[in-house]
Design a protein around this ligand. Structure first.
Ligand SMILES: C[S@@+](CC[C@H](N)C(=O)[O-])C[C@H]1O[C@@H](n2cnc3c(N)ncnc32)[C@H](O)[C@@H]1O
Length: 220
């Protein structure tokens, strides 16, 4: 295993995180043992952040002990890898509006005690501001299919992210418009993000996800 980012490893073209909860799979991923350490494969076909890493993300602004606000946590596939990286000293707050996926996420939070569920609309961050009181967020991450993706991200950033902290957002062009070219939509979303962030990198996610990109940002 070769370390490529803090807590992220590569072997034979595949990426891995160290399993925080020994012996437990989250989404059917393969486990590999090396020198008594259990690694979980991070499947880029199942995780946009995994796809971003495979496609050349230059930095992953995450390390042990970090606090993460994750918008669109769904059943916890990508959150589980972030949970591996931040370890037991960090916390991931997972926001999702859908009760069905939140039920699964809560089950996962029972096993991964560094993740906390927030059933809420990410477009109304004031509704969970009390839950985050006194917590310094190191990374704001978003993956939700809405028309105003960058606007939701900015709203959350203005409440919870200090200057110099990091943001990563996955943009799904087809949720914004079925007819516009994805490149045009990405450029418009980037402009919206630049109201609050310095955009450091844009990574397209094909072939893992069509018409998607990830923006790596730093709060201004
Ligand atoms: C593509 S899935 C996220 C997958 C997840 N990020 C992963 O990689 O494991 C998008 C999620 O966003 C949630 N979502 C959509 N609109 C939302 C909103 N306004 N607030 C919070 N969650 C929302 C959906 O319920 C869905 O679970």
């Amino acid at each position: 295993m070769k370390q490529i980012f803090s807590g992220v490893f590569e072997s034979n073209g595949k990426i891995f995180t160290k399993n925080l909860v020994q012996g437990k799979q989250v989404y059917g991923e393969t486990h590999v043992q090396e020198n008594s350490v259990e690694y979980r494969e991070w499947v880029p076909w199942r995780s946009k952040l995994g796809a971003g890493i495979k496609n050349g993300l230059k930095q992953l602004p995450l390390k042990e002990g970090n606090n993460v606000l994750y918008l669109g946590s769904a059943e916890g596939t990508t959150p589980s890898h972030i949970s591996d990286i931040i370890g037991s000293e960090g916390i991931l707050f997972g926001v999702d509006v859908a009760e069905k996926v939140m039920r699964k996420f809560i089950e996962l939070c029972e096993k991964r005690t560094n993740m906390l569920p927030l059933l809420s609309d990410a477009g109304r961050p004031e509704n969970y501001a009390k839950d985050l009181e006194g917590i310094e967020i190191d990374l704001l991450y978003q993956d939700i299919s809405q028309k105003n993706q960058a606007e939701i991200f900015n709203k959350n950033a203005s409440l919870f992210l200090k200057k110099g902290k990091s943001g990563v957002i996955a943009i799904k062009a087809k949720s914004i418009s079925q007819s516009e070219k994805p490149e045009k939509i990405f450029a418009e979303e980037k402009k919206e993000l630049e109201k609050q962030f310095k955009v450091l990198q844009q990574v397209n996610l094909a072939p893992f996800e069509k018409h998607h990109c990830i923006f790596l940002c730093e709060k201004k």
